[in-house]
Design a protein around this ligand. Structure first.
Ligand code: NDP
Length: 452
């Protein structure tokens, strides 16, 4: 670490001592962009690190709502508007009991660099609530969303801040949120992405994060003259990202042997094929059931209560559930069992020890902000279609997503090779490459726009 990065990191640590996830994300970025900071003194002279680690605006608000019995509940709502140097704030809303300011700051910070990598004009933000949609009726979820939006609406807008979904916020929640925004503001605008197709949504948006992550993995594999066909893959999660990631892996001839939820993992050595995946989608999206039901339905599979998928041998691993679901020991197990590629569908699913294991063993490692950027990229395409009042076809959007993921890979690859000393003919440090590529564009825009 240099004197500059040590000083900034120390200051960030003392100011945000109770936000471990945020500190983890900042440490990962700062430790990898040092080569560009040393080469370009303008970033230090303009205090870019000090500024980029401080959100432009943080909004915290009360969300009162009543359940079906008339009982009153109070949740906490948040929107972290992190950085608008290259476009309106853009990033999802997460509804989960674990949500707090530190988690949303980590997600907002990551989003700044991810959005920059997409090449689209989007700043970074993130929001949500400690509300738990699990076990709530549709009417309860609707009342919560309406109350949440009643406050949020004054802070967002199609050219200001455009939220989307994340954990616990899918099509149902986006619908209720959009309805309340429209009612309060009397305007039908592209203020949210992830909308349904018949009222402003984009084709391929639900699929985009999962599909994009597989496209990124394909690009990494191509650097070693390989591809996913025939590979045994482990996947965590069974939500939006995991479902479409499994769909794309199946289409490309891979065999997916695990999915999970917060209670446990199912392992199906025969593979979760298209028919079984359709059953999982119905289970999770319609019946809102638990993944353990899979083992009762499909013989030959088993349910591992309280476990994650990382002890199952695989060629490729795709964490798609949540942050810090892979630690150093899990990463070591993956590598020991022959895993050659990890591509992150979830945000920051691997802790810093785990990342070091991947880098030391020189496997192909696609960090979240590059590998899962397909979701926000198609959100950007949804915004573009809304502005033009046009809808592109499925093929058009998928082709754009494919190209964007290819460009993100190329951009991370080239920046890694330009700045990161540990790259070899075979090995590319995509963590450094993605962080540097994402950083430079935002930092230069911040300098251009003066001290704001
Ligand atoms: P969903 O809510 O649709 O699904 C989340 C899945 O992860 C569920 O299977 C859930 O299980 C599981 N999960 C959630 N929390 C935990 C936990 N603490 N431990 C173990 N499993 C958990 O969310 P998404 O699929 O949209 O998001 C998954 C990840 O992908 C997140 O990290 C998100 O930030 C990231 N992401 C999402 C994007 C998107 O477009 N949706 C874009 C880019 C990143 P359960 O049902 O038990 O809660």
């Amino acid at each position: 670490m240099t004197e500059y990065t040590t000083r900034v990191l120390d200051a960030v640590r003392s100011k945000n001592a109770h936000e471990p996830e945020f500190l983890q994300a900042v440490q990962e970025v700062i430790s990898t962009i040092e080569p560009v900071l040393s080469a370009e003194k303008k970033y230090e002279e303009n205090c870019i690190l000090e500024r980029i680690t401080e959100p432009e605006r943080t909004i915290i608000f009360r969300v009162p709502w009543t359940d079906d019995t008339g009982r009153i509940h109070i949740n906490r709502g948040f929107r972290v508007e992190f950085n608008s140097a290259i476009g309106p704030y853009k990033g999802g809303l997460r509804f989960h009991p674990s949500v707090n300011l530190g988690i949303l700051k980590f997600l907002g910070f990551e989003q700044v660099f991810k959005n920059s990598l997409t090449t689209l004009a989007m700043g970074g933000g993130k929001g949500g609530s400690d509300f738990d949609p699990k076990g709530k009726s549709d009417a309860e979820v609707m009342r919560f969303c309406q109350s949440f939006m009643t406050e949020l609406q004054r802070h967002i807008g199609a050219d200001t801040d455009v939220p989307a979904g994340d954990i616990g916020v899918g099509g149902r929640e986006i619908g209720y949120l959009f309805g309340q925004y429209k009612r309060l503001r009397n305007e039908f605008t592209g203020v949210l992405t992830g909308k349904a197709l018949n009222w402003g949504g984009s084709l391929i948006r639900p699929e985009a994060t999962g599909y994009g992550c597989v496209y990124f993995a394909q690009n990494m594999l191509a650097t070693r003259n390989d591809d996913v066909s025939g590979k045994v893959c482990t996947v965590s999660g069974s939500g939006n990202v995991a479902q479409y990631l499994v769909e794309k892996l199946n289409e490309l001839g891979a065999k997916v042997v695990t999915m999970s939820d917060s209670n446990g993992t199912i392992y199906d050595p025969a593979g979760i094929d298209a028919e079984k995946l359709a059953w999982v989608m119905e289970l999770k999206n319609v019946r809102r059931g638990r993944i353990k039901e899979y083992a009762a339905k499909f013989s030959g599979s088993k349910y591992m209560e309280g476990q994650r998928p990382w002890s199952i041998p695989c060629d490729c691993a795709f964490p798609c559930a949540t942050q810090n679901e892979i630690n150093g020991a899990d990463a070591a197990t993956l590598v020991k069992n022959g895993c050659k590629l990890v591509a992150e569908g979830a945000n920051m699913p691997t802790d810093l020890d785990g990342i070091n294991v991947y880098l030391d063993s020189k496997i192909l490692y696609g960090p979240a902000k590059a590998a899962n950027a397909g979701g926000v990229a198609v959100s950007g395409l949804e915004m573009a279609q809304n502005s033009q009042r046009l809808n592109w076809t499925r093929e058009q959007v998928d082709a754009k997503l494919f190209d964007i993921m290819k460009n993100i890979h190329q951009n991370a690859y080239e920046h890694a090779r330009e700045y990161s000393k540990d790259c070899t003919a075979e090995f590319t440090n995509y963590v450094a490459g993605a962080n540097i590529a994402g950083f430079v564009k935002v930092a230069d825009a911040m300098i251009d726009q003066g001290l704001v």
